[in-house]
Design a protein around this ligand. Structure first.
Ligand code: IMP
Length: 194
């Protein structure tokens, strides 16, 4: 089956294709599907934002659509940057800003959350996944994007892991594998594997 991912972020599209292609789901971008839009993400939660994006694209393409919304929640910052993760600092400066804010803070606990919203002709839904880790004291690693160099999972940061390794444990990896289960339930194993 074919599904449209409501995103203009090529990293996310690539991650979704990597995880869902072996399961028989061809993921195409919203642009490829003819929806060249960027809806305002003004929801109060990850789930609301994911649904805003999915709905806006579905209203144009009218075929199975999913969208994710994600971010980093830091315990010592009362859950910030949370839904504002993408706007916390100028692109490329988020790690530096977070490390400065966390300087001298003992409680380093943090988690990434990823919520996915899906819509098709049968209806819609949302679900959530998380990856629990901690904030390092310095940026390490060259891979990934965003907060990857300061998010520690075990004794390495996400930026020190390969793509496959990260996908196996990450919030988005877990959420995308749940999405496959949702599609299997909705379309049956045969359709999902066509
Ligand atoms: P979204 O595109 O609205 O979901 O924004 C998510 C923001 O959270 C991104 O711009 C990143 O700053 C951050 N983020 C989400 N997932 C990850 C990840 O896997 N690694 C690093 N940063 C992430």
């Amino acid at each position: 089956m074919k599904a449209v991912m409501a995103t203009n972020n090529v990293n996310k599209l690539h991650e979704a294709q990597e995880i869902l292609a072996p399961l028989g789901i061809e993921v195409i971008s919203q642009r490829e599907a003819g929806a060249d839009i960027e809806p305002e993400e003004n929801g109060a939660t990850f789930a609301e934002n994911a649904m805003i994006k999915a709905r806006a694209v579905y209203d144009i393409v009218h075929c199975p659509v999913f969208a994710d919304d994600s971010g980093l929640c830091v315990a010592a910052l009362d859950g910030r940057p949370g839904v504002h993760s993408a706007r916390y600092a100028p692109k490329g400066q988020e790690c530096e800003k977070l490390l400065a804010e966390m300087e001298g803070v003992e409680d380093r606990r943090a988690y990434f959350e990823c919520d996915i919203a899906y819509i098709d002709e049968k209806g819609s839904g949302t679900f959530s996944a998380a990856c629990i880790g901690s904030i390092g004291t310095q940026a390490r690693g060259e891979n990934g994007f965003g907060y990857d160099p300061v998010f520690c999972y075990g004794d390495r940061t996400f930026a020190e892991m390969g793509e496959e390794e990260k996908n196996a444990v990450s919030h988005r990896g877990i959420a995308l594998r749940k999405l496959y289960e949702v599609y299997q339930e909705r379309y049956g194993e045969q359709d999902a594997e066509q």
